[in-house]
Design a protein around this ligand. Structure first.
Ligand code: ZN
Length: 719
């Protein structure tokens, strides 16, 4: 309550100083500035601008409000959100890697590109603007092991790796305080980690982020923050400097269960995991993006959380503070909460029709809005009304058929703001033209669980006694499998060592916050050879690894998760090792399509960089609902129907949609084909058998292929 009433006072104060956004201003008294400066010699010289960013790992907003935090109370606090926009391309996990990389780039983790053309951090932008700019990155958690940003120009960086040692965090932060006082840094970053450990039920705290222990840990973190804030104040008193202090967490924690039990984790799209906060010491400079949550907004999901400050706003704020103008090509999705305002509340929505996209933003002025698609202007909007939501369908005719990750940047009042979207321009594919003849395996789970419906194909193998049940599925019956270690269903891997392959399956999942494998030929670890498809919260994750190379290559797509009803999603994984990368620098592309239960197709692709083209084949069989580590999350249940292996085939978006919309199963289709090929064998097609000892079934198959060859020849002649 304390903080909320303070907030009301601040709003009044801000109303008096609105418009104060001159980056060189050093005084809160601009509201009564005179039109011309008097010619006095004692105008204070411009102070050197410095900054300190502190990330308090895993500190929930409501818990902070309930804690006694005398140091943070000296700052202005506002509710904020993390985890991207749920159900869109930007949806990102609510964990440290995702949160910290978002704080550093101003873009949601899931849309950040890596590699040479990858996203740059705020530190790289500041360094590029001024090579003398002295930056120190001193997190307590070893984030450098997990992020692939190019930080070689940042001279001073070191992770303290204090783990659960709370006393060490006091020592480390006193060291940072010392650096603030004596080392002439321009900008410093650090983290305080103990709150996250408390939320994870460490320190004997079984109540996690809903316990009194957790509140007390926030209070201890505040004490630690105090060492650094005191140092900033002392530094300002002793030097001609002005410091911007920004504090924010990376994430909250997953919602408490209805029975008050906790799962001691974060990562989900729960409100309590997404809801964070941002605090700043510069209340006289804060603009409406910070002070005034949007009343009109194009996305009211998640209890209206998107009205508030976003985690992506921190980076642009820091850049604006240091007088570095935001560039459209940086694809920054946030809005600076100091300085001038462009458009706010920018959202993109995929309509169900072919390729249609809707963009919403809230105008903060009536100036024109220039719309860029992948850096090229596609239109200018001149009739936006300040304070109101503007909605439009951008022109996408420059895009070809297929699936694209595109970037829209809206420039207004000279300020760019970006949003990324996955856009799929569907090709039209007839169901009968799907490559059924390429299928080497169909596991329909209608009769015997291990049976392959393709005559002569490999059945599933078993180790031990897998716990399997039959339930009603997408088509007829489906597999309900409960994970028990070393009691598995195994699929022989005869396809990942070929140039092209696709596998498809129908999946219903509960969106668990652990990330259990749905199907994989690798150990659970990200940096292990092989390919893994897993569910994680409201997303499905397809990842390809290479030993000891870290986690790089994955696609995360939303799906319809439900623990109460069976919501069937079609999952299609295609690999083409001969396809060039988008950069042209190598070969091998993996694509993933999810046709969800609301009939929306989500698509993504990733280049098979490094040795991944080879290491995707591990020589191990695929496990269904388990991975080869045999050590993680026992008891997980999987619901799977109609797993199909398509040899030498890659599916286009149109083919995925057509397969998903089919009224009948693939098994059904193959049975029809067999039925129609039987009379053909007896009448129209003379089987010219080179091997007289073929069984009747083999003769039927051979006749089918002969007829196909004849039809192909006929087609060729007609052309
Ligand atoms: Zn954590």
């Amino acid at each position: 309550m304390d903080k909320l009433s303070k907030w009301a006072v601040l709003l009044t104060a801000l109303a008096m100083v609105s418009g104060c956004n001159d980056s060189s201003s050093n005084s809160a008294n601009d509201s009564d500035a005179k039109p011309e400066l008097p010619e006095t010699p004692d105008v204070p010289e411009t102070k050197v601008r410095k900054s300190l960013m502190v990330m308090i790992d895993g500190a929930r907003y409501e818990a902070l409000l309930n804690a006694s935090t005398p140091n943070l109370d000296k700052l202005v606090l506002q509710q904020a959100y993390t985890g991207g926009i749920s159900g869109t391309l930007s949806q990102s996990g609510t964990s440290t890697v995702e949160g910290e990389s978002t704080l550093w780039t101003g873009s949601w983790h899931n849309v950040q590109k890596s590699g040479v053309d990858g996203f740059k951090t705020v530190w790289q932008h500041l360094k590029a603007d001024d090579p003398e700019f002295k930056i120190g990155l001193y997190p307590n958690w070893p984030i450098f092991d997990y992020l692939s940003f190019d930080l070689k120009d940042i001279e001073h960086k070191q992770a303290f790796r204090s783990g659960t040692d709370r006393e060490a965090e006091h020592v480390n932060s006193k060291l940072i305080a010392e650096k603030i006082l004596t080392d002439d840094y321009n900008s410093l970053f650090t983290t305080i980690d103990m709150v996250d450990y408390s939320g994870h039920c460490y320190y004997g705290n079984s109540g996690g982020a809903w316990s009194h222990d957790y509140i007390e840990t926030i209070e201890e973190a505040d004490e630690i923050f105090g060492y650094m804030l005191d140092a900033v104040e002392q530094r300002e008193a002793e030097h001609n400097e002005e410091w911007l202090v920004l504090v924010a967490p990376d994430h909250g924690f997953n919602r408490q269960n209805d029975d008050d039990s906790v799962d001691c984790s974060h990562g989900s799209q729960d409100i309590d995991a997404k809801k964070i906060w941002i605090a700043s010491n510069k209340k006289e400079l804060l603009n409406e993006q910070f002070t005034t949550p949007l009343k009109s907004i194009g996305n009211r999901d998640k209890d209206g959380i998107y009205r508030y400050v976003a985690q992506t706003d921190v980076s642009p704020t820091l850049l604006t503070w240091h007088d570095v103008a935001l560039q459209p090509q940086w694809e920054i999705e946030g809005t600076s909460f100091i300085g001038d305002l462009g458009v706010r509340g920018l959202f993109v929505e995929n309509a169900q029709e072919n390729g249609a996209v809707e963009i919403h933003f809230t105008a903060s002025n009536s100036l024109p809005v220039q719309v860029l698609l992948n850096g090229e202007e596609i239109q200018i909007i001149e009739n936006a009304v300040a304070g109101e939501v503007y909605t439009f369908q951008p022109k996408l005719d420059v895009l070809e058929e297929g699936s694209h990750q595109v970037n829209f940047t809206l420039i207004n009042n000279n300020i760019p703001k970006s949003v990324s979207a996955s856009v799929t321009i569907l090709d039209s594919v007839d169901y009968d033209d799907l490559p059924f003849e390429s299928i080497s395996a169909v596991y329909s789970f209608d009769g015997e669980f291990t049976e392959n419906s393709v005559v002569g194909g490999h059945d599933l193998q078993k180790t031990g006694e897998p716990q399997t049940y039959s339930i009603w599925g997408k088509y007829d019956r489906a597999l309900y499998h409960i994970r028990q270690f070393n009691n598995d269903l195994l699929l022989e891997d005869t396809f990942t060592n070929t140039d092209k392959f696709t596998f498809s399956l129908w999946f219903a999942g509960d969106g668990t916050s652990y990330d259990p494998a749905i199907i994989t030929n690798k150990h659970w670890s990200s940096s292990a050879d092989g390919i893994i498809l897993a569910q994680l919260n409201n997303q499905l994750k397809l990842q390809v690894g290479a030993n000891n190379e870290g986690s790089c290559c994955f696609i995360e797509l939303p799906f319809t998760a439900s623990s109460t009803t069976q919501e069937w999603n079609l999952l299609v994984v295609s690999v083409d090792k001969t396809l060039p990368w988008s950069s042209g620098e190598g070969f091998g592309v993996m694509t993933f399509g999810v046709y969800d239960a609301t009939n929306v197709l989500h698509m993504g692709s990733v280049d098979l960089t490094g040795p991944r083209k080879e290491t995707i084949h591990t020589g191990l069989p695929f496990l269904i609902n388990n991975d080869h580590a045999q050590s993680y999350n026992t008891g997980h249940a999987a619901l799977i129907d109609e797993l199909v292996i398509w040899n030498d085939q890659v599916f286009t978006p149109g083919a995925i949609a057509t397969l998903a919309q089919a009224e009948h199963s693939v098994v059904n289709k193959l049975a029809q084909q067999r039925a129609t090929s039987t009379p053909a064998k007896l009448t129209a097609v003379d089987y010219i058998g080179a091997s007289p000892n073929l069984t009747e079934a083999e003769q039927m198959t051979e006749a089918f292929w002969q007829r196909r060859r004849q039809m192909d020849e006929l087609k060729a002649k007609l052309n």
